[in-house]
Design a protein. Structure first.
Length: 183
């Protein structure tokens, strides 16, 4: 299991004083064809903040991308899958995240998983996820554009059917709740 990445000092800190961290991670867009499974994350240092993200997390030492994806799915959703069930990686990016307590740059590989809808089991959450993830839910595809999602769901879904393009590199994407620069 991954070590907790986020600190426990939950109050906004000026960008120049926030620690900067980098890591490599894997994300998985799960769909049943009608909806996608997303996690509503929060930043305790910014009361009322929230956004949706795909299941996934940091790569543990010695893990392959697919091993990470399978482990993270089991931990965050309760779903156990075979590595061969994953499509991709369909997309790669560098995601810059400004949180109240840190600035994180994560090199990410995205997979897509098509599966029938299942009951979500979050009992495998890490201590940090228990503090920050408010809920996991199936969001209808017709509603995805109405919520803040830290992933390009339409692009990921379209890439799932275009293996000749894998992986598409979208470069640097900033997804922040708190600015990554002062002023």
């Amino acid at each position: 299991m991954s070590e907790p990445f986020r600190t426990r000092d939950f109050h906004p800190v000026p960008a120049s004083e926030r620690p900067r961290r980098t890591r490599q991670g894997v994300r998985v867009l799960i769909t049943d064809g009608v909806a996608v499974l997303l996690m509503r994350d929060t930043d305790p240092g910014v009361p009322g903040s929230s956004w949706w993200t795909t299941p996934g997390g940091g790569i543990d030492p010695g893990e392959t991308l697919r091993e990470t994806a399978v482990r993270e799915l089991a931990e965050e959703t309760g779903l156990v899958v075979d590595e061969a069930d994953l499509l991709g990686p369909v997309l790669i990016r560098d995601a810059l995240h400004g949180f109240s307590d840190q600035i994180q740059l994560q090199h990410e590989w995205f997979f897509v998983l098509r599966t029938p809808r299942f009951a979500i089991d979050t009992s495998g959450y890490t201590a940090d996820e228990q503090l920050t993830v408010a809920e996991a839910a199936w969001i209808p595809l017709t509603e995805v554009a109405r919520v803040t999602v830290w992933a390009d769901v339409p692009l990921l879904l379209s890439l799932a059917d275009q293996p000749e393009r894998w992986p598409v590199d979208v470069g640097l994407v900033e997804e922040s709740i708190v600015e990554v620069t002062d002023g």
